[in-house]
Design a protein around this ligand. Structure first.
Ligand code: FES
Length: 128
């Protein structure tokens, strides 16, 4: 799978990216306040590879997942920090070696890896 063709109108580009088909969205911080640049990039590379290998990226299946590389999620310690929506599950120390288990258990089986999480903010927030 190569890079998606990003030519065309915005709706066409969204369609090529599978926007409208996703069930989850993972934001992974690669900023240098919460981890080293090397650790952040390694985690990002591992996430991209794992999503591709498991056919979750640019997919329309029930576990289709969009990914975004973030510059800072404002936690700025014990990174790489990540958050998964719609569950709003926040992860710390999501290093490259942890990505395969994270993808398998949370993104495929729907069970967050509780031992690596530190907060939850499901959306929509129905606590009010
Ligand atoms: S630099 Fe990663 S959360 Fe701020």
């Amino acid at each position: 799978m190569g890079k998606p063709d990003k030519s065309g109108s915005l709706p066409e580009v969204a369609g090529k990216l599978g926007i409208g088909s996703y069930h989850r969205h993972v934001f992974l911080c690669v900023g240098e306040e919460c981890c080293s640049a090397e650790a952040g990039q390694a985690a990002w590379d591992a996430l991209k590879k794992e999503l591709k290998d498991k056919n979750l990226s640019l997919s329309a299946g029930p576990n289709a997942c969009y990914r975004t590389k973030a510059g800072c999620l404002r936690v700025c310690q014990q990174g790489p920090i990540a958050v998964v929506y719609p569950e709003g599950t926040w992860y710390a120390n999501l290093t490259a070696d942890r990505i395969p288990l994270f993808v398998q258990e949370h993104l495929i089986e729907g069970r967050p890896v509780e031992a690596w999480t530190f907060a939850a903010n499901p959306l929509p927030n129905e606590s009010d």
